[in-house]
Design a protein around this ligand. Structure first.
Ligand code: XBP
Ligand code: MG
Length: 243
């Protein structure tokens, strides 16, 4: 049987990562394949609220063009020909229920970090590189995921964390990345953004930050032409930068 072709990571990708003053990580899809848990949590909230909505993977893939859980619910509601009227307060309550259930799902330990992520963190820290997080999700969701994956003191390794509700406009707007640059007091070319979606690529690119894409379950077919490198995952890269 022919051996599987090894996944070759371009050596330039390792160089880009090693030479950066700071690595800025997206969360959902990049650190872990969380969107299936988010999707289950949304469906749980709809059922709890007595709504006969159910987002299957096909519907969710399309809805993921809309960043932000509350905005995603509103976008789906707007598309319904016949739908109960939902106030912003009701959508916020739906999203609260969803977020609570997402944390319960993450707490089962079923959502591990993607290959190479933990090793990349370790290698970066070993080189004195600064780490940051720029995401559309919430502080609570990051805490649930990373305290489980990296332990209760995970935040000590990240100099800055900016989430969707910390800024006026969510990705693909550049706001979260511009806020991270301001907090780190770094110029865009001195950093690298690690992302998984076209929305994330556009957001970081608009902030002037070079982007390395790690393909994820829901965004594999996105247009990544503006990325410096596109990888299937970070495992090979983590090995290369260790050596
Ligand atoms: C992905 C998102 C988030 C999550 C759901 O964020 O767009 O909306 O899908 O989380 P990232 P919330 O920038 O990390 O890829 O329900 O908390 O929005
Ligand atoms: Mg993402």
């Amino acid at each position: 049987m022919q051996a599987e072709a090894a996944t070759i990571t371009p050596s330039g990708a390792a160089e880009l990562i090693q030479n950066a003053a700071a690595l800025i990580f997206d969360v959902d899809g990049t650190l872990a394949e969380t969107e299936e848990l988010h999707r289950r949590a949304f469906n749980h909230a709809f059922a709890r609220h007595g709504l006969d909505w159910h987002w299957d993977r096909t519907v969710y893939r399309d809805l993921l063009r809309v960043t932000g859980g509350k905005e995603r619910i509103r976008a789906f509601h707007t598309r319904q020909w016949v739908a109960p009227s939902l106030s912003d307060a009701e959508i916020a309550e739906l999203h609260r229920i969803k977020t609570a259930h997402y944390a319960e799902l993450v707490d089962t330990g079923c959502c591990r970090l993607r290959p190479g992520v933990a090793d990349l963190f370790t290698a970066a820290k070993g080189r004195g590189q600064r780490l940051a997080i720029a995401t559309t999700t919430s502080h609570g969701n990051i805490e649930a995921l990373l305290s489980r994956a990296l332990g209760p003191r995970w935040a000590a390794d990240f100099e800055a964390t900016v989430v969707g509700d910390d800024v006026r406009h969510k990705k693909p707007a550049p706001d979260v990345y511009l806020e991270i640059l301001a907090r780190l007091k770094l110029a865009p070319p001195d950093c690298v953004a690690i992302e998984d979606s076209a929305n994330g690529l556009v957001a970081a690119t608009r902030a002037g930050i070079p982007v390395l894409i790690t393909r994820s379950m829901y965004f594999r077919e996105d247009d990544f032409r503006d990325a410096r490198f596109v990888l299937d995952d970070l495992s090979e890269l983590a090995i290369q930068i260790k050596n």
